[in-house]
Design a binder for this molecule. Structure first.
Ligand code: IMP
Length: 421
């Protein structure tokens, strides 16, 4: 059976822990979007990792880990991660790198700074947007180009020439050298060369053989390039539809589409956020939830759960089940609010607007639920939840129209409550 784990908010929903748990059973784990802008927190045998590129299967033996074509890869970061994982597990993980995945090169980060887009949008400054832009402009460098060094050198020479004409006053751009860049890239890529190949065929075969394949989403639905809060989005498709395109399998038939939703809302970087709390409660959520970016260390903005946005995300992904994370962080709130609708110009709407500008004008309409004071750690069954916590879960399910399959009440793998237990 194939499963997809997809974030239903603005990223940071706790996908890292969930995929780490599910990857235990998986034969293949596939990352299909984004790049090192992602930061997945994983606790493996008591050791905390913040992974950026490697799929969650790297922690287990005999699991094939695929970096699919929709991704953008920074091979230096990948190398650091693979070395760290190998030191921890004692094994070098098996990787398949799509020949169609694009490479993030040093000039992509530089361009993000020169253009000021990092500051304007509060990006992760990992060169993500310039790399996806080069892909769309057909001037990108792909992993498959590593197999053809002469062609790679020619393309880099041409690309750097164009950049130098575009940025005549930049010393940093002026100092870029195509020969050095090609040599550095080939040297960094050396351990991965044999892993670069036809990822589409590998994924299609695993699906056809009905193997246990886990698709690991990065970022979240509201950051999707097409369906998110544009222009405050990332540059890749973060939804189920994007998955199919990235892997090159038209109907991947993923019957289990697990949407990960945090029990409250967070956002890092710029962009509209109707339920944001600029008060003591928001500060408490940030403190208790440890809401600081894994990739950038930036504090995350916090607020109440937005059910309008959740319904929108569920519809976009065809979500079948939910993993509700960090509900323990809500313990000790006197009351808990959930946003059931927006108000704009005196009119109540329950639809998520396509425009970030319109969303910025929306004010939340809240339902108020009771809080609870009992700690949730150590609870093993839904039946043992405090009444108010159970009511909260039911309210989320009612709005979502799909069941909560698992609850996460702490960072460790054991701090998970499964439905039916
Ligand atoms: P970029 O992906 O670096 O271009 O950043 C674009 C926006 O997406 C910024 O607001 C980032 O903070 C946000 N973003 C990108 N990746 C993640 C993630 O993995 N978690 C949360 N936010 C992210």
């Amino acid at each position: 059976m194939a499963t997809a784990v997809l974030g239903l908010q603005w990223g940071d929903e706790g996908k890292g822990k969930i995929t780490h748990l599910l990857a235990r059973e998986a034969e293949m784990v596939v990352r299909f979007n984004g790049g090192p802008n992602a930061g997945h927190t994983v606790i493996d045998h008591g050791v905390k990792f913040g992974t950026h590129l490697v799929p969650a299967g790297v922690f287990y033996p005999d699991t094939v880990n695929v970096l699919a074509g929709g991704m953008v890869l920074d091979l230096e970061i990948l190398r650091g991660e693979v070395d760290a994982i190998a030191a921890h597990t004692g094994r070098t993980p098996e990787l398949v790198i799509a020949e169609t995945a694009h490479l993030i090169l040093p000039y992509h980060r530089l361009l993000e700074e020169l253009e000021g887009s990092g500051a304007r949008f509060g990006t992760t400054r990992r060169g993500i947007a310039p790399t996806y832009r080069d892909k769309a402009a057909k001037v990108g460098i792909r992993a498959g180009d590593l197999h053809r060094p002469d062609e790679l050198a020619r393309r880099l020479t041409w690309r750097l020439g164009a950049l130098k004409r575009q940025w005549p006053d930049s010393e940093e751009v002026g100092g870029l050298n195509a020969v050095e860049l090609t040599e550095d890239l080939l040297s960094t890529a050396e351990p991965f060369i044999d892993s670069v190949g036809d990822a589409t065929a590998a994924i299609a075969a695993a699906l056809a053989e009905r193997r246990n394949v886990l698709f690991e989403g990065a970022q979240g639905t509201l950051l999707d390039i097409d369906h998110g809060t544009y222009p405050y989005v990332t540059s890749s498709s973060t939804t189920y539809a994007g998955l199919a395109n990235s892997i090159g399998v038209p109907e991947p038939a993923v019957s289990h589409r697990l949407g990960v939703v945090k029990a409250y809302q967070t956002r890092v970087g710029e962009g509209p956020f109707p339920t944001e709390l600029d008060d003591e409660i928001g500060a408490a959520l940030q403190r208790r939830g440890g809401e600081f970016g894994v990739t950038t260390g930036r504090p995350r903005r916090c607020g109440w759960l937005d059910l309008v946005a959740l319904r929108y995300a569920i519809a976009l992904n065809g979500t079948t089940d939910l993993a509700l994370t960090k509900i323990d962080v809500l313990t000790d709130c006197d009351e808990i609010k959930v946003c059931r609708a927006y108000e704009i110009e005196g009119v109540e709407i329950d639809r998520f607007p396509a425009s970030g500008e319109v969303l910025a004008q929306c004010t939340p309409v809240y339902d108020v639920l009771s809080g609870w004071t009992e700690p949730l750690d150590g609870i093993a069954s839904f039946r043992d939840l405090p009444e108010a916590a159970a009511a909260y879960v039911e309210r989320v399910e009612q709005a979502a129209g799909v069941p909560v399959e698992m609850l996460s009440v702490g960072a460790e793998p054991e701090a998970t409550i499964y439905r039916g237990l």
